[in-house]
Design a binder for this molecule. Structure first.
Ligand code: GDP
Ligand code: GDP
Ligand code: MG
Length: 308
């Protein structure tokens, strides 16, 4: 696969469930395709909705298929498949999904989200990914709320061979960031990854805590946090979208890390997210190990979805 960066294989494996309930039935519909009658339209629509594309994106996709059919651009099932792939690629293409690197000094990446979405695991993946790229990474254990949280991140740091800055459980999360940003500058780190406690987007005091963390980081490193990644759990479907809308309203979010894409048959959530939110999906999580991460790329994602 010379055309692609090598994530297609990862996507393919991670999208196994989605392919079973989405790609396979769709292929069947397309293989019997003769005319875009009401029944065929309904079956395509149901398949899209079933994979969590969401009502809005599904309606738009169906409209564009219908228009192309009327113009005579879709004469066979194969053509329909190619049309859909092109439509999805166009829909998902986002010029803004590169990491926002700091122009100088450490790039500070703040990772946030609700409880259990996969923040800490995603940080381990990001750390591995950046280390592979030859970058010096430091972790900051700012989830001081849960007893096991600091320990969980410490174990990852040891396994991945990266430094970690931590305080005791119950410490002020912003105080940990204070020390971690100092360490990142002093040790000339390329990337500082800040783990935070899970917080419900509706708890105002916890959102203020995020603001405090941001302010501390900004005082130490110009422009920090350069990247605020919101982790969403793909298995929670449309609920993930509502979480993102709330977080976005409370704090600026620069990108999404869509975790647990392997755990859902509803990979269409990627399209729903793109449609509903003005935040790029930058990374996806495709399993529980640190290697199960892919940079999001529209072409690779769509190819993987339709490759056996
Ligand atoms: P946090 O509370 O947001 O920090 O979530 P954790 O990182 O502790 O993860 C919660 C659970 O989700 C753990 O059991 C992880 O192994 C699991 N998890 C995280 N990311 C993924 C993923 O991409 N795929 C799968 N299958 N599981 C994941
Ligand atoms: P409540 O917020 O009034 O229900 O009080 P709690 O006893 O649940 O929480 C006490 C303190 O712990 C609060 O002031 C919060 O700052 C913090 N806290 C509660 N829940 C969470 C949580 O889910 N995440 C984090 N980071 N802090 C929490
Ligand atoms: Mg955690």
């Amino acid at each position: 696969m010379g055309l692609f960066s090598g994530f297609v294989d990862k996507f393919r494996k991670g999208l196994e469930k989605t392919k079973q309930v989405f790609t396979a039935p769709l292929r069947k519909i397309f293989s019997f395709f003769r005319t875009l009658d009401e029944e065929t339209r309904t079956r395509i629509e149901e398949t899209l909705l079933g994979a969590d594309f969401g009502v809005e994106a599904t309606t738009q996709i169906m409209d564009s298929i219908t228009a192309a059919w009327k113009k005579g651009e879709i004469s066979s099932g194969d053509r329909l498949l190619e049309f859909l792939k092109a439509d999805l690629k166009r829909r998902l293409t986002d010029k803004g999904n590169d990491v926002l690197w700091a122009p100088a000094g450490p790039t500070v990446i703040l990772v946030c989200g609700v409880n259990g979405v996969g923040k800490t695991t995603s940080i381990a993946k990001l750390a591995r990914h950046f280390v592979r790229d030859g970058k010096k990474v430091i972790l900051c254990a700012s989830d001081t709320f849960r007893a096991a949280a600091v320990e969980q991140l410490s174990i990852w740091a040891e396994r991945l061979g990266v430094d970690i800055v931590k305080h005791k459980m119950g410490a002020d999360p912003a105080a940990v960031v204070f020390d971690a940003t100092d360490a990142a500058v002093a040790r000339k780190a390329d990337v500082l990854l800040i783990d935070t406690a899970g917080r419900l987007q509706t708890k105002e005091n916890l959102m203020k805590e995020l603001t405090k963390i941001r302010n501390v980081a900004a005082k130490k490193v110009p422009g920090a946090p350069h990247e605020v990644l919101l982790v969403l759990d793909a298995t929670t479907g449309q609920n993930a979208i509502s979480q993102a809308e709330h977080f976005k309203a409370a704090t600026s979010v620069t990108g999404l890390f869509l975790a647990k894409l392997d755990g859902t048959a509803k990979g269409g959530i990627v399209v729903a997210i793109k449609n509903k939110l003005d935040i790029p999906v930058k990374f996806v999580g495709l399993g529980e190990t640190p290697d199960d991460i892919a940079r999001f790329n529209a072409d690779e994602f769509v190819e993987a979805l339709f490759t056996d």
